[in-house]
Design a protein around this ligand. Structure first.
Ligand code: DCP
Ligand code: MG
Length: 386
């Protein structure tokens, strides 16, 4: 007998930062509110909070309440542009301390019910509910999702949306289909009717550029992507991404829900606003490269790791992706060392096309205390060959 399909859930908090602000200022409920900008603004006399119309500057919206979204504003939009669409929306500064607190609280609450949890960021998690829903029925999945929503609301006062599906890819897509406070359960049999009509960009992993590229090739929906010849997709998007697109459109995803909190690697990557040329944009690229390595070093320090293997990832304008790595003699957390090693990896890649994405990864992670003391004095391979 084939194994029963898994019950995988993706839970994502609704308008997370803004909803946390509304816990503090409940009288603002029902009003358009956005979170953004760097610091609190001055208010006009008689006003408790500044309005978007009064905003001058280059800040962007971090998130917006659903009332504000109804006026056309969304995450990432410039605050001044948003001010034209929603002049009366109230603007609150971000308070990351508070968001982290509620993030920990909702995750702890969910873990009590569904311990097989993968932390995906400040406001989202994956859950493997298979053991809690042994018959794998949609009704069973829906009941657990309701229980989770209820528990999160009791513990935090916040609402979330849940998608349940046979895998992470579909669960993530589903949690977004009925926001806010939605529950969406799909099975493999629902794919043609419920998933294929959706735009391809709904798939996590198809960004705006890939979606635009698909569109120029005549593919708008997930169903059209599913119907496309995999070899043709590989021709346009490179071998790996082409295969991935094909599998994703067929709702095919075997990735497990990874509970372990010990990461295997730490990485940073960036997709450029415009594709950068390895020669004519060299200075720009180099700056991005250095910044990525600095961010990565800061991530490592924050998480308390050093790593031995430095990996580089480049994606070209034709979506072809290459990776190279280099293993150092001693684990490092140093931005300059990471930069040097990743730079050497770059020299092993033929650079003939424009670059759309640059990524750096550190793996082979260890805790600094785990390294024998004498080892830290050995020069790194990167230093020896610099
Ligand atoms: N966020 C951010 N910058 C962005 C997008 C989001 O800082 N460009 C922050 C603010 C969000 C939080 O991350 O509150 C979670 O992101 P989501 O994409 O889940 O957005 P929301 O939770 O705000 O809304 P939704 O109800 O659509 O999930
Ligand atoms: Mg969210």
């Amino acid at each position: 007998m084939p194994p029963l399909p898994r019950s995988i859930a993706h839970l994502d908090m609704d308008a997370f930062f803004a909803s946390v602000e509304l816990l503090r200022y409940p009288h603002l409920r029902g009003q358009p509110v956005v979170v953004g900008g760097r610091r609190a603004l001055a208010t006009t006399e008689g006003q408790e909070f500044p309005c978007l119309r009064d905003y001058v500057g280059r800040g962007v919206i971090t998130t917006a309440t659903y009332e504000a979204r109804a006026l056309g504003v969304h995450s990432g939009m410039g605050l001044m542009k948003a001010g034209q669409l929603a002049p009366d929306a109230l603007l609150l500064p971000a308070d990351f301390e508070a968001y982290r607190h509620y993030s920990r609280l909702f995750k702890a609450t969910v873990r009590e019910i569904a311990p097989h949890m993968e932390d995906r960021g400040i406001d989202e998690i994956y859950l493997d509910l298979s053991a809690l829903n042994p018959d794998g029925t949609p009704d069973g999945a829906r009941r657990i999702a309701q229980q989770l929503q209820h528990a999160v609301r009791e513990a935090t006062g916040l609402s979330c949306s849940v998608g349940v599906a046979p895998n992470k890819l579909l669960a993530k897509l589903c949690s977004d289909l009925d926001k806010p406070a939605g529950i969406t359960v799909v099975t493999a049999a629902d794919l043609p009717a419920r998933i294929w009509p959706l735009p391809a960009r709904r798939i996590n992993g198809i960004g705006p550029k890939a979606a635009a590229r698909l569109e120029t090739l005549g593919i708008a929906s997930i169903g059209e992507l599913a119907a496309a010849d995999p070899a043709w997709l590989q021709g346009h998007f490179g071998e790996r991404y082409g295969i991935w697109l094909h599998r994703a459109a067929h709702g095919d995803d075997e990735r497990p829900v990874v509970t372990e909190s010990e990461p295997k690697s730490v990485s940073r990557e960036t997709t450029f606003e415009r594709d950068l040329h390895p020669r004519s944009d060299k200075a720009d690229l180099s700056q991005h490269f250095t910044r990525l390595c600095e961010q990565l070093a800061a991530d490592l320090a924050r998480k308390g790791y050093l790593g031995k293997t430095i990996g580089l990832k480049l994606r070209f304008d034709n979506f072809h992706t290459v990776t190279r790595d280099q293993t150092l003699a001693t684990p490092t957390g140093d931005a300059a060392t990471i930069r040097r090693a990743a730079g050497e990896c770059a020299r092993r890649v033929p650079l003939e096309r424009r670059i759309r994405l640059l990524g750096v990864r550190v793996s082979g992670l260890v805790r600094p205390g785990d390294i024998p003391p004498h080892a830290t004095h050995t020069p790194t391979q990167a230093e020896l060959f610099a």
